[in-house]
Design a binder for this molecule. Structure first.
Ligand code: ADP
Length: 932
């Protein structure tokens, strides 16, 4: 498949991959950015705490310096020293502190206001209007009553620098006020420290291409006036006036109990910043501003990394997905090829098998010699097994390629069980095994499900039971368990007293192609596919198969499937059971038990005689309405009929494989189970009589008309012969167009239509037939058309049904299936119930030797059956047909019309092989292969 087509096919999946990765990147981005944001905030707060600690320690030092000076000045005043002496002291102290390098950072000078006189520790011509009690420092000291006060920054009149003043009241021994002592600190020191905060970032995120140098610190006092700010013109400006954002910061700080606020605001430069602010020890506020761009830089970086990783993973996953799709498409292609190979192979095998089995059937019907009949029987048996193997392989390939479909419809459990028993009886009789069947009376008579698949599973399990049991018994037990009002579990247990399975082999039972215990099974044929297919079928039908087995003692396979109720009529029910007393006798305890179970299940009163003498006495006692006895005692019992006190219905239980010879009494074929027993007790027993091994048609329909369409004369002949016992008027033709014209002038009851035909194939012909315009067009719309095909491959049936075909008959034609189809489609009013008995035909094939160049006469005769005359006429037809066909083949080649060419050579191949023209057949085979 082309890459583009794969991508289009997987578009939805790829979309989901992209979507999920996008979502993953988005969610990770949200989570990780939260983490990074928290980390950044934690770091910022840490920085603020460190800054606060540094500022606090600087101011503490200043407080200590003021405190020491205050003590000395207080002592000097107490000692009565003059103000000049104090001034000299402050002057000297100020000069010493100012000059000493490691003294108090930012220290400017001391000064005092004592006894209403200003004393300066620095040279300064005090202006006349300078009145200390009006200064902020004086008021602050007064307010603190002896404790140290710190003012907000202001521009110092002496140094004209932004300063803060630390001031303290001085008191005499009796508490009389001397005045105030103070010192000025250059605010630049704190400013420098705050302004250098960005350096911290630089060290914290080394290596990042960071704009952290744009980070800056700010400080504002208790009144929210800016004390430190990198843009000097902002100093002493109230923070709240800077921008609405700042106003919010102030409100936040007032409201916040821990004094921390985080805001995105615009600064004086019009730049968006993240401002984290904290209230510090003296009631001032320290802030850290960082441009939002730099703040999100790390998060953005992380988002880019995540997106790149997401895209890389997404691409890898998409490539893997596409590669897997390509592999899947390849393997689907291969599986399709395998399926179509199997279909072709099956067609190739089925076409000659059609002839082989059809002819074998005809031989059995027409030839009287027992020996030849036996040989034909063997051919038929081997052919049947070959077809069964082909069917298994086909089913297995369907299961493998996921093309096995369950076809549910309404069906009767009775017909399923009867058919299975009829099929198994001869095999069981051959091995002289006992066969028991038990069907729960409560199972509804009509069920909705796939009866064909149920038959397949049961046949498989029963065939295995018979194959792997050399003596003893095989039993089939069908029960049910309701699931709800609509559906129930159908439980089918197949039990045998065979070779059993070793515990270590249980696991391998359901592995394809695996056969276990090869030593014990070496003479038993098998492919090892039956159980795999059966289990897959049960699983498709909502169930499973369970095994329990004991090596050397036997096995039980329990198949469970889910089916749907159609009605609630019980499958087996005896009318007026109280009026039907049953007596029976059998020497074999297991059969006695089985009969007891059946009768109890049907709620019928019964007696099991313990010996034949007792049985005879009981028969004559007049207490019973029915007496069942095994065929061994039939003659003795028949002779006693009419000697009892009351008329009684004698029923002979015929062994599997035995032919009933007792025309005067009812015979019932063993194994007896609820449905057959109920039928006998309800007097519908005549249908149950056995008439031996051969097939008998269930009706004849002399007034019915059938049309068979097949381009191969041999197939036409075989199909016609197989349908002859039904006595219908049969027309045949070899192409779709002929069929259409025949349908315009005849009113058929059924049409058998070959699928692959040159020119117009069966489906096309059907479409044309359905569309023929006429007054009674409705008839052609309803006309049953049955596809005839050797292509029994997956989906064929469904395909036919979709194309307007009503039913499907696989080649080689199985006469039971043919009978079922005719019963289903031939109108009831045209059917006449057939006389029971064999369909006899006195004609015998003539054994003549002919020599025709290029033709294997023996093959031709065998394939065409019947007489030499008929064969010769078929051969002549073939030659005539081949002449026109060769012209058509040449024309198709000229036109480059490959499909028609293939069909034409395919038909020629089949026809040639059928008449024994093997060389022509071989050449046609190569041409067909080449054209494909
Ligand atoms: P096969 O075609 O070989 O019978 P199956 O799939 O039907 O294939 O069975 C697989 C294997 O399981 C058989 O080869 C046989 O060894 C074992 N087996 C199946 N049914 C029975 C049974 N009723 N008794 C003993 N062995 C059985």
């Amino acid at each position: 498949m082309k890459l583009g087509a794969i991508i289009r096919k997987e578009m939805m999946q790829l979309f989901f991959v992209v979507l999920s990765f996008g979502l993953m990147v988005f969610v990770s981005y949200i989570f990780v950015s939260r983490i990074v944001e928290n980390l950044i905030l934690t770091n910022a707060t840490e920085t603020l705490y460190t800054a606060e600690a540094t500022i606090r320690s600087d101011l503490r030092e200043a407080e200590m310096a003021l405190y020491n000076a205050a003590i000395t000045v207080e002592e000097m005043l107490i000692r009565g020293e003059s103000l000049q002496q104090i001034e000299s002291y402050l002057f000297m102290l100020s000069s010493a502190m100012f000059e000493k390098e490691d003294s108090l950072p930012g220290f400017l000078y001391y000064f005092a206001y004592l006894h209403n006189q200003l004393i300066m520790g620095i040279h300064y011509d005090v202006p006349e209007d300078f009145y200390p009690p009006e200064r902020t420092w004086y008021a602050a000291a007064e307010a603190k009553e002896g404790n140290i006060a710190i003012t907000s920054p202001y521009v110092d009149a002496v140094t004209e620098m932004p300063v803060i003043t630390l001031a303290k009241n001085l008191y005499g021994p009796d508490g009389e006020g001397y005045g105030v002592i103070a010192l000025d600190l250059d605010i630049a020191h704190i400013s420098n420290y705050i302004n250098s905060i960005h350096a911290y970032y630089q060290t914290y995120y080394p290596g990042t291409r960071s704009r952290t140098e744009d980070a800056y610190g700010v400080l504002f006092d208790e009144q929210f006036n800016l004390v430190v700010h990198p843009f000097d013109d902002s100093l002493n400006v109230p923070v709240s006036t800077m921008s609405p954002g700042h106003a919010r910061t102030v409100q936040d700080l007032i409201a916040s109990p821990d004094g921390i606020s985080i805001q995105r605001v615009t600064n004086v430069n019009g730049e968006r910043i993240m401002l984290i602010t904290k209230r510090i020890f003296n009631g001032w506020y320290l802030g850290l501003a960082r441009p939002i761009g730099s703040y999100y830089e790390n998060i953005r970086f992380m988002a880019i990394i995540l997106s790149i990783l997401g895209i890389v993973f997404m691409t890898i996953l998409s490539i893997i997905l596409i590669r897997l799709s390509i592999l899947k498409a390849d393997s689907e292609e291969k599986s399709r090829e395998k399926s179509s190979f199997l279909a072709r192979m099956s067609h190739e095998i089925r076409t000659p098998m059609n002839s082989i089995l059809g002819m074998a059937e005809l031989i059995q019907r027409k030839v009287k010699s027992e020996e030849i009949q036996e040989y034909a029987g063997i051919i038929q048996q081997s052919g049947d097994s070959l077809i069964a193997i082909i069917n298994d392989i086909l089913d297995f390939s369907k299961i493998e390629s996921g093309r096995l479909f369950i076809q549910s419809r309404d069906y009767g459990i009775t017909s399923v069980v009867n058919d299975i028993i009829n099929m198994m009886r001869p095999r069981i009789a051959e091995k002289s095994l006992d066969f028991f069947v038990s069907v729960d009376c409560a199972i509804p008579s009509m069920i909705h499900g796939d009866d064909m698949r149920l038959r397949q599973v049961l046949t498989n399990l029963l065939s295995n039971a018979v194959k792997y049991t050399h003596k003893g018994y095989v039993s089939l037990d069908i029960g049910m368990e309701p699931i709800d009002k609509r559906s129930f579990k159908l439980i089918c247990s197949v039990k045998d007293s065979g070779i059993g399975i070793r515990p270590e082999d249980h696991k391998r039972l359901f592995s394809e192609f695996s056969r276990v215990d090869l030593e014990a099974n070496q003479n038993i044929e098998g492919t090892g596919l039956g159980l795999v297919i059966s289990r897959a079928l049960c699983r498709f039908m909502g169930g499973d198969i369970l095994v329990s087995s004991e090596h050397g003692k036997g096995s039980t396979f329990r198949a469970v499937i889910t089916q749907v109720f159609v009605d609630d009529t019980a499958a087996a029910m005896v009318k007026e059971p109280e009026k039907k007393r049953v007596l029976f006798y059998d020497e074999r305890p297991l059969y006695v038990k089985a009969l007891k179970d059946v009768l109890s299940n049907l709620k019928v009163d019964f007696k099991s005689s313990s010996g034949f003498r007792e049985f005879i006495t009981d028969m004559q006692s007049g207490q019973f309405d029915y007496a069942f006895v095994s065929s061994k005692f039939a003659m003795d019992c028949i002779s006693l009929l009419g000697t009892g006190n009351k008329p009684l219905q004698l029923v002979i239980m015929v062994e599997p494989g035995e032919v009933s010879v007792y025309r005067e009494v009812i015979s019932i074929m063993m194994p007896i189970y609820s449905i057959t027993m109920a039928n006998v007790l309800n007097n519908v027993s005549d249908e149950l009589l056995s008439h031996g091994k051969k097939f008998s048609v269930s009706f004849t329909a002399p007034s019915a008309m059938a049309l068979i369409v097949d381009d191969i004369s041999t197939n036409l002949r075989v199909a016609k012969e197989l349908m002859s016992p039904y006595g219908m008027v049969i027309h045949v033709c070899t192409s779709g167009s002929e069929a259409i014209s025949l349908l315009k002038s005849n009113r058929y009851d059924i049409v058998f239509m070959d699928h692959m035909m040159p020119g117009m194939d069966g489906i096309e012909a059907t479409t044309h037939i359905r569309n023929i315009e006429s007054k009674d067009g409705f008839y052609r719309k309803k006309l049953p058309i049955v596809a005839l095909t050797a292509n029994a491959i997956s989906g064929q049936r469904e395909m036919f049904l979709q194309q307007g075909i009503n039913d499907f008959l696989a080649k080689p034609i199985d006469i039971q299936k043919l009978n079922e189809i005719l019963e289903r489609w031939i109108p009831k009013e045209k059917r006449i119930k057939a006389d029971p008995g064999l369909i006899e035909d006195t004609k015998e094939a003539n054994a003549v030797s002919l020599d025709i160049s290029g033709v294997d006469v023996s093959v031709g005769l065998r394939n065409c059956g019947s007489s030499v005359e008929v064969y010769c006429s078929i051969l002549a037809d073939f030659c005539k047909d081949a002449e026109t066909r060769l012209v058509e083949i040449a024309a198709a080649l000229d036109k480059n019309d490959a499909p028609n060419y293939t069909i034409l050579v395919h038909a020629l191949k089949g026809a040639a092989r059928s008449v024994g023209a093997m060389e022509t057949g071989e050449k046609a085979f190569w041409l067909e292969n080449a054209s494909q």
